[in-house]
Design a protein around this ligand. Structure first.
Ligand code: FAD
Length: 473
């Protein structure tokens, strides 16, 4: 009955039920979480999304909005659901809603359907001499609707802010099937509660984003990119402070990696060549950018480096001298997720602490984890300028296979790291969201009042708990 109705609304070809067809939608990209579905539905318009929502609501079948399915926390995966016990949901994939609707280079705005892949948005902005400020490793497959639903961060936050700061307006299908048209491009609009913020970072629990209006920036005309190595995180922090003094908001990225992280990339991407010494304890990829083509960024970078060498802060440095070298530096950074997937069982975390506390956090979290699990390697990659550290305790695959209670161990390791972050006034989820993996941590680490308010918002908008069951709350 439900399947027939869905086919009527979106067309038979866009209601997938065969096991092979639904396979990419029911298991996350790392192969850690999976479940079963009644169907994967691929609407092409907002009206079709609304019809699908209404059909599922009437049939009492849960609905999972899914973008590029690149979540790090099982956010869009139907985890543990089964057809046999009636828990199987419908996955609503936005992939066919992938059109750019308007670019305004004067107003610096772009309007698109929510299923547009992030890279398509970036390329379209660039065609108009503009830049969309969010950059991340999954940009070739994640979607703008998914980015907004997770308030994605990435490597450009230092200069442009996270996704929340890019969003001007949204169109959303609500859990009762009504369409909220808030697709405005205004910079100023103080007319009551700003509703779009509920859906930004809402992880698909409050509505399905169908179209977005985002802010663009002038395209930088010139960049200077360097690869620096350090003996300590403290030195890398001192370098950041000096660069901020000298370059201000020209700093477009400041990404820290530790030695084990570099080794993982070198092992699993054998063609990668490091620009400097591979034995350094820490490396930083730093980029400066400016919209004025004649700005002497290379001179600025060289001046900063000579001061850093004079003060004994930096161990080694290489400045990219061509666009291909710059791309090669960034390729190292963007190879991290894939190399970590192959290198072992990494229990990724996504904490943020005040920037000044990053070094002390890393030291204390490493001690706390290794006091209980001395066999664990600590892999580090950090959007350091935002205080966002992916602190990744890693088991070898062999060791992991010998652990009988893997879920409990993973939770316990993460909890140790999260507690240290919280002790610095930090958070256990800086940019990936809560998804399926961190639901217990939200309950453990957010105050009862915050949880109560979140639950009240959710039940007001979605009283029958139709959307994305088992996620976030
Ligand atoms: C290689 C790699 C690198 C990454 N690097 C970063 C990084 O640097 N920074 C960062 O923040 N994240 C990063 N991520 C995580 C991930 O890419 C982001 O969370 C991304 O924003 C998810 O987008 P998506 O389209 O894949 O969403 P999905 O994974 O499909 O969904 C994520 C959540 O959003 C909801 N959702 C999706 N689309 C909609 C919609 N249209 N309406 C309502 N809800 C929706 C889903 O229900 C789910 O809760 C990385 C992932 C990978 C694989």
């Amino acid at each position: 009955m439900l399947l027939n109705q869905l086919r009527e609304h979106v067309g038979t070809a866009h209601v997938l039920t065969d096991e092979a067809d639904v396979a990419p939608y029911v298991q996350d990209w790392r192969g850690r979480y999976r479940g079963e579905v009644i169907a994967v539905v691929q609407p092409a318009t907002t009206q079709e999304v609304a019809a699908v929502v209404q059909c599922c609501a009437k049939a009492g079948v849960k609905l999972i909005p899914q973008g590029g399915h690149t979540s790090m926390v099982g956010g869009a995966t139907p985890v543990g659901t089964q057809r046999s016990d009636g828990t199987a949901p419908v996955v609503l994939s936005l992939r066919r809603m992938n059109r750019i609707l308007e670019v305004d280079p004067v107003g610096n705005t772009l309007i698109a359907q929510a299923g547009c892949v992030l890279q398509t948005i970036q390329e379209e902005a660039a065609r108009h001499g503009r830049l969309y400020g969010v950059t991340l490793g999954a940009e070739g497959s994640c979607q703008i609707g998914g980015n907004i639903s997770t308030n994605a961060g990435g490597t450009g936050v230092l200069k442009y802010g996270n996704t929340r700061e890019q969003v001007l307006g949204l169109e959303v299908v609500l859990p009762d099937g009504r369409i909220w048209n808030g697709l405005r491009t205004l910079r100023k609009d103080n007319t009551g509660y700003n509703l779009k913020h509920l859906f930004i970072g809402g992880e698909g629990t409050l509505g399905i984003i169908t179209a977005v209006a985002v802010r663009l920036h002038p395209q930088p005309a010139i960049t200077s990119t360097a690869w620096l190595t350090f003996d300590s995180v403290d030195n890398a922090l001192a370098c950041l402070a000096l660069l901020q003094t000298m370059a201000g908001d020209r700093i477009a990225g400041y990404e820290l990696l530790n030695q084990l992280q570099l080794q993982a990339v070198l092992t699993h991407f054998p063609s990668v060549r490091l620009p400097t010494d591979a034995q350094a304890p820490y490396a930083v990829l730093v980029e400066l950018s400016d919209t004025y083509a004649k700005a002497d960024l290379q001179g600025l970078m060289e001046d900063a480096l000579s001061q850093l060498f004079e003060r004994g802060l930096v161990r080694d440095a290489a400045i990219a001298t061509s666009e291909s070298q710059r791309a090669a530096f960034w390729h190292i950074r963007h190879s991290i997720s894939e190399s970590n997937r192959k290198a072992g069982m990494g229990l990724s975390t996504d904490v943020a602490v005040p920037v000044k506390s990053v070094a002390l956090f890393i030291e204390q979290a490493s001690q706390a984890v290794q006091a209980r699990w001395p066999q664990l390697d600590i892999v580090l990659v950090a959007h350091m300028g935002d205080g966002n550290v992916h602190f990744i305790p890693r088991f070898s695959f062999e060791e992991w296979a010998r652990i009988p209670n893997q879920g409990e161990v993973a939770d316990a390791v993460r909890a140790v790291v999260h507690d240290v972050a919280v002790s610095f006034g930090g958070t256990f989820s800086a940019e990936h969201g809560v998804g399926h993996v961190l639901v217990k941590e939200l309950v453990r680490l957010r105050s009862p009042l915050e949880l109560e308010l979140m639950k009240r918002i959710r039940s007001t908008l979605d009283p029958h708990a139709l959307l994305n069951p088992g996620k976030l709350l």
